[in-house]
Design a binder for this molecule. Sequence first.
Ligand SMILES: O=C(O)CCC(=O)C(=O)O
Ligand SMILES: [Fe+2]
Length: 360
Amino acid sequence: MAGKSLFFDGVPLAKSVQEMSVNGDEPPPEFHVKDGSLGGTDSSHLPLSVSVPIIDLSLLPSSEKELQKLRFALESGGCFQAIGHGMSSSFIDKVRGVAKQFFGLPREEKLKYSRAANGAEGYGHDRVVSEKQVLDWHSRLFLRVFPEKQRKLNLWPEKPDNFSYGLSSCREVLHEYYTKLKQMMDLLFKAMEKSLDLQENSFLGQFGDNPVMHVRFNFYPPCSKPDKVLGLKPHSDRSSVTVLLQDEEVEGLQILKDERWVTVPVIPHALVINIGDQMQIMSNGRFKSPLHRVATNKAKLRISVATLYEPEPEKEIGPVEALIDDKKPRLYRNVTNYASLNYEWYQKGKVPLEEVKFHA
Ligand SMILES: O=C(O)CCC(=O)C(=O)O
Ligand SMILES: [Fe+2]
């Protein structure tokens, strides 16, 4: 069975990754990583405090010490684990519960949310846009959360509508999660601006009236060839900032730091914050958008919830003037609609941030 014919417009026609996993099928060659980028995954000997800093958001933006930690984390690796984010552990578990129960639905039920009929949104695999594209051992439910009027609520899972640990519906949990995340983002942006001595709104002021937030519920079933196949290929996020709720047990996320793949350890109720490309552009390269990938696991499935926050697509973004001077010349040109450009460039094998480099 030819791998490419398994997918059409992002929808699995024959077998999904989930089914192949359940059947114990070997991943077809289209999933095999070819360029040796699987090498060097063992980072367990690195001290954790060096590899991924932990930052207490409840101390921001007032604590000078925490602000410095934040700046250092974003200038060095572009990634940290956020604690003190104001969400209770039981609420975080509910959000994970939404994802788990969705992926646990029968295939026919999940396909009611399929991406084929819903543009970019819904359930499925990433679109295959190039012959060379190595496929990821992964499927996802992709939803737009903000602007609120663009929500396609028909794609927000209704079933399961009750949880054994509470009466809130799936939609209610998600609504609460994203309201809280938006508040958290406002605080984080203030702190990022302050940490670089910038005026308030230097970054958020570029977002326009209708910033975009979307979520990817990621599902990585067990894979019989973890040495050959990745859950997600190395990429940097197109967002300004990504908030990631990792699986509470199963590691998999790896960040490239000093040319080594570093596993981001699981801290069950922390949120992983990743800088995305648009923040690297706006900060004129001060904050780093890290290359990251997801490893597969032979025995265990893994679920994560990634939320990407980015400016209104029509709004032009560019490096903040105050971060450009003789010593730090402008690195990037101004750009609109970076998010969709990023996807095309990436799938064609280009490095998106290189495409927006400024040439005097
Ligand atoms: O599953 C993860 O840990 C990472 C997900 C991710 O990188 C993404 O959705 O962009
Ligand atoms: Fe990512």
